[in-house]
Design a protein around this ligand. Structure first.
Ligand SMILES: CC(C)(COP(=O)(O)OP(=O)(O)OC[C@H]1O[C@@H](n2cnc3c(N)ncnc32)[C@H](O)[C@@H]1OP(=O)(O)O)[C@@H](O)C(=O)NCCC(=O)NCCS
Length: 368
C-alpha cells in the first residue's frame, strides 16, 4: 500500500476537488458499514475545510493509503497548536472489502510514527458503535472503560483493532438524538421543567431566580465574546474524564472567532444559548447545523460553571436553544455526546428529550 501524508493547507484547489470526492465516498462507505445513520455521512464542506483550512489554533493531517491508485485506507489526526501540543486526536479506517489484511495496522503505524517524530506522544482515538450493535448477545466478552462506567463488545472490529494496536479504553460516551419538532418531540419536557420557551426573540427569563437565557444564531455578539472564550476554556477540563485526555485549553476572543470561521467555511451555522446572571456569563450550550443537511444539528459544548450548578440551568439552556432552533431554523433533530458516567448531564438530556442512538469508545495510547 502506498501511503501519502497531507497536512491541511498543503493542496492547491483543483487537487482538493478530486480528493474531496474520493474522501467523501470513502467516509460514507465506512459509516454505512458501521451501521451509522446517514445523518453522520460526511459533509463535503467540512471535509474541504479539513483539507484547506489552517489557522493559529488547530490543524488536520491525513494519511491516505492507496492500492493500484484506489483509496483503501485513511488515517487522520486533529491537532491543537496553542495547547496540548503533545496530543493528537486520531482515527483510522479501511474499506470493508480490504479488511483483515494488515492495512489498518499499516496506516495507523505510519501515522503514529510521524506523530511521534513531531512530538505528539499522547494519542486519543475513538470508535462509534450504533446502540443496536452494542446490545448484541450479552454473553459475549466485553471491554470495560477505565473511567469506571460502561463496556463495549470485545469482538466488535473497531474495539478488537484498537486493543490490538495498544490503545486502552478510557471512557464511553453516549450518543443521543432529540427530535425537537412534531409528534416525536416530547412536549412534556418544557412543562416538566416549570419553565416556558422564550416568547420574545433572543431573551428568556422564565424562573424568578435572576438568570437570563440569551439565544442567537451565527457569530457571537461582541459583548459576549469574552464570556464565551472563558466558558470554552472551562469546558476543556470541567467535563468528566476530560482531564485524563487533555490539559486545560487556552481560549480567547480570537480563538472563538477562528472556530466560528471554520464552521462558516463548512456552511455551518452555530446556534448558541448563554445563561447570564447580573450580566455575567455563567453557562452556555451550542449546536451546529450545516446548509448541506439543514434538518440535522450536532451538539457542541455545554457547560454550567461549577458555582451555578444545581439551578436547572443545563436543561433551561438546552430547552431555550431547541426553542430557538424551532423558531429560526429548519432543524428537526439534534445529536449530542456525553460521558457515560456523566449521569447529571445525561439526566438533563433525558429531560430535554434525547434518546440513545449509539456509543462512542474513547481510547488512549501513550507512545514511547
Ligand atoms: C478497525 C479497522 C480500521 C481495522 O482495519 P483492518 O485493516 O481490518 O485491520 P488489520 O487487518 O490491521 O487488523 C489488525 C488486528 O486487529 C484485530 N481486528 C481487526 N478487525 C477485526 C475484526 N473485525 N474482528 C476481530 N478482530 C479484528 C485483529 O486482531 C487483527 O489482527 P488479525 O487479522 O491478524 O487477527 C477497520 O475495521 C475499520 O475501518 N473499521 C471502521 C472504522 C473504525 O472503527 N475505526 C476506528 C478504530 S479505533
Amino acid at each position: 500500500m502506498e501511503i501519502t501524508r497531507i497536512c491541511s493547507g498543503d493542496l492547491a484547489d483543483p487537487t482538493v476537488d478530486v480528493l474531496l470526492t474520493e474522501i467523501v465516498d470513502f467516509d460514507r462507505a465506512i459509516n454505512h458499514d458501521l451501521g451509522l445513520s446517514p445523518d453522520f455521512d460526511p459533509l463535503p464542506g467540512s471535509v474541504r475545510g479539513k483539507l484547506v483550512r489552517t489557522d493559529a489554533f488547530t490543524a488536520h493531517e491525513l494519511w491516505l493509503g492507496r492500492i493500484d491508485g484506489h483509496l483503501v485506507a485513511k488515517a487522520g489526526a486533529y491537532l491543537s497548536l496553542r495547547d496540548n501540543t503533545d496530543v493528537a486526536d486520531v482515527y483510522a479506517g479501511v474499506l470493508p472489502a480490504w479488511r483483515r489484511r494488515g492495512l489498518g495496522t499499516e496506516i495507523l503505524a505510519a501515522m503514529e510514527g510521524q506523530l511521534r517524530t513531531d512530538g505528539r506522544t499522547r494519542l486519543n482515538g475513538w470508535c462509534e458503535i450504533p446502540a443496536a450493535g452494542a446490545a448484541d448477545d450479552l454473553r459475549r466478552p466485553r471491554v470495560a472503560a477505565a473511567a469506571g462506567t460502561g463496556v463495549l463488545p470485545a469482538e466488535h472490529g473497531s474495539v478488537a483493532f484498537a486493543g490490538h494496536r495498544g490503545y486502552g479504553l478510557q471512557q464511553i460516551e453516549r450518543c443521543s438524538a432529540a427530535h425537537i419538532r412534531g409528534a416525536e418531540r416530547r412536549e412534556a419536557t418544557d412543562a416538566a421543567e416549570g419553565w416556558e420557551s422564550p416568547a420574545c426573540e433572543g431573551d428568556a427569563g422564565g424562573a424568578d431566580d435572576g438568570y437570563i437565557i440569551r439565544t442567537w444564531t451565527g457569530p457571537t455578539p461582541n459583548e459576549h465574546i469574552e464570556a464565551l472564550a472563558l466558558l470554552h476554556q472551562k469546558m476543556s477540563t470541567d467535563v468528566p474524564g476530560a482531564a485524563d485526555l487533555y490539559d486545560e485549553e487556552t481560549w480567547d476572543a480570537d480563538r472563538v472567532r477562528a472556530l466560528e470561521s471554520d464552521r462558516e467555511f463548512a456552511h455551518g451555522r452555530t446556534h448558541t444559548a448563554l445563561a447570564l446572571l447580573g450580566g455575567e456569563g455563567v453557562g452556555f450550550t451550542e449546536v451546529v447545523s450545516y446548509a448541506e443537511r439543514p434538518h440535522v444539528a450536532f451538539q457542541g459544548a455545554t457547560l454550567v460553571r461549577r458555582e451555578h450548578r444545581g439551578n436547572g440551568l443545563g436543561a433551561r439552556l438546552k430547552i431555550a436553544n431547541h426553542a430557538a432552533l424551532r423558531r429560526d431554523s429548519p432543524v428537526e433533530r439534534v445529536y449530542t455526546w456525553n460521558a457515560a458516567e456523566n449521569s447529571w448531564m445525561l439526566a438533563i438530556n433525558d429531560r430535554a428529550g434525547f434518546n440513545a442512538v449509539g456509543w462512542v469508545g474513547l481510547w488512549k495510547k501513550i507512545l514511547d
